[in-house]
Write a protein that binds this ligand. Structure first.
Ligand code: BG6
Length: 486
């Protein structure tokens, strides 16, 4: 029995700031991620700054749910002699032909990547796009086409031109709606016929914890976050409207970070907390996919005195131009307790954890797929899932049975959602199908790839690519359309 549809889009996912490199080449401007240092589990990533008057330089913390605090007169800046993982990343910029050939060898049907906004509009507010940047992505899309691989393109994946942060305060400024609309128009017009699937903002719901990285908003206030999210919703709706005008065959999706949340006990208070925490993510799809602000959020804004600056067409746009599919990332599940509602990472005694403390939950994809499908009845695409682990390269080989086991459970979970529950699933793009820089920690050591890249946390190494055991495993999965799970 065939469990997966014949047009199921198997593939892998990446993001420009973690993969592409060439950050200072081809006329690209600086993005917010280009001023972030590397790090590790124990040494947190920092943002570097400079005071242009005094020449003083330094490092600022990037803690979740905290504002970015810089000394008077200091601005985020690239410092000499500092290592920035996004600048070279794993150098897709110069290896795209080789990498796409590897993806094709595995049998990929889809290749998720992001366009770096600052490669197209170096300052975000430029009148004209950067032709060299446009040409680079043309070359990449042409290369994918050679192998019949569909690009799935995120328009902003944890990067935003630095100028839009410094001079506009990021997405809390409504001017960004116009800049993004212009960017979307350029992308859709230029890549019409080459790119069918688009995602607007990566993991938009993470704005609550990371407003700077998600939306270029340096302060931490619920008012600023609500406004930034609203502006992004309107920009997303405008992108859907635009693609209808430019190429109705394209599909624009939402991209949500989602994880199932379990109550620590059957105490009803714990279940109420689950409801609340789930809404932290679902609010974003309620608006971007459902097309309206849900009452629970309006009530919350009322209670907190949050008011939105809106345009006269905003709510009409949200209603008329919702996203057409939901792309989501899902790596783990979470446990909450009403005794300590803010505490994350409570241990689940039924699950093992990755070396980075992420719960390995074989059922999290089926649960997520059902939750989202029951609520929206729109097609779903698992655009990120995978296991970050430390790999050993020995004699050119990596025996990553732990990754195969994780991914096997994921494929089974998706298959159950399709054939037991009838969920409409478009595809799976395994996260970091080739080793890339970790977004959270800024290190290379946390590897998700089915292909190993010889680079360390400081960017030293040959950059050579090696096929891991999981490469061959996934190749068989794709070849058998999910029947042969090894
Ligand atoms: C998602 C992001 O949150 O998780 C990716 O969209 C990120 O950019 C991925 O890389 C895995 O997280 P990390 O911190 O292990 O890289």
């Amino acid at each position: 029995m065939t469990l997966f549809p014949t047009d199921f889009l198997w593939g892998g996912a990446t993001a420009a700031n973690q993969y592409e490199g060439g950050a200072l080449e081809g006329g690209k401007g600086l993005s917010i991620c280009d001023v972030l240092t590397g790090g590790s589990l124990t040494k947190k990533r920092k943002l570097t700054w400079k005071n242009p008057q005094s020449g003083e330089t330094g490092y600022a913390d990037l803690a979740p749910r905290k504002p970015l605090v810089l000394p008077e007169g200091a601005v985020p800046a690239v410092l000499e002699n500092e290592y920035y993982p996004s600048h070279k990343a794993v150098d897709f910029y110069h290896h795209y032909k080789e990498d796409i050939a590897l993806a094709a060898e595995m049998g990929f049907k889809a290749f998720r990547m992001s366009v770096n906004w600052a490669r197209i509009f170096p300052n975000g507010d430029d009148a004209m796009p950067n032709e060299e940047g446009l040409q680079f992505y043309d070359d990449v899309f042409d290369e994918l086409k050679k192998y019949n691989i569909e690009p799935l393109v995120t328009m902003s994946h944890y990067e935003i031109p630095l100028n839009l942060v410094l001079n506009y305060g990021g997405w809390k400024n409504r001017k960004l709606i116009d800049f993004f609309e212009n960017y979307a128009r350029v992308l859709f017009t230029r890549y019409k016929g080459k790119v069918k699937y688009w995602l607007t903002f990566n993991e938009i719901d993470n704005i609550k914890g990371y407003p700077l990285i998600c939306a270029g908003v340096p302060e931490y206030s619920e008012q600023a976050i609500a406004q930034a999210a609203h502006n992004m919703f309107v920009a997303s709706a405008k992108a859907v409207k635009l693609k209808n005008e430019i190429d109705p065959d394209m599909m624009v999706g939402q991209m949500l970070a989602y994880m199932p949340i379990y109550p620590i006990s059957c105490n009803p208070k714990d279940q109420l907390l689950v409801l609340e925490k789930e809404r932290d993510a679902l609010f974003f799809s309620d608006v971007q996919v459902g097309g309206y602000y849900p009452n629970y959020k309006l009530k919350e804004y009322e209670r907190k005195g949050i008011t939105l600056e809106t345009g006269k067409d905003d709510f009409y746009l949200l209603r008329e131009y919702p996203c057409e599919f939901i792309g989501f990332s899902c790596y783990k599940s979470m446990v909450v307790s009403s005794e300590d509602p803010e505490k994350r990472n409570l241990k689940n005694p039924y699950l093992k954890e990755s070396e980075w403390g992420w719960a390995i939950d074989p059922d999290c994809l089926r649960l997520t797929l059902n939750t989202l499908y029951d609520r929206y009845h729109k097609p779903l695409w698992i655009v990120e899932n995978g296991l970050g682990a430390e790999d050993q390269l020995v004699d050119g080989k990596v025996h990553d049975s732990y990754r195969i086991s994780y991914l096997r459970d994921s494929v089974k979970s998706i298959s159950d959602a399709i054939h037991l529950d009838g969920v409409e699933v478009m595809g799976l793009t395994v996260w970091g199908w080739i080793d890339i820089v970790s977004a959270g920690t800024g290190e290379m050591k946390k590897r998700y790839g089915l292909v190993y890249v010889d680079l360390d946390d400081e960017g030293h190494g040959t950059c050579k690519r090696y096929r891991k055991d999981s490469f061959y495993w996934y190749q068989n999965v794709i070849l058998s359309n999910g029947e042969n799970l090894g």
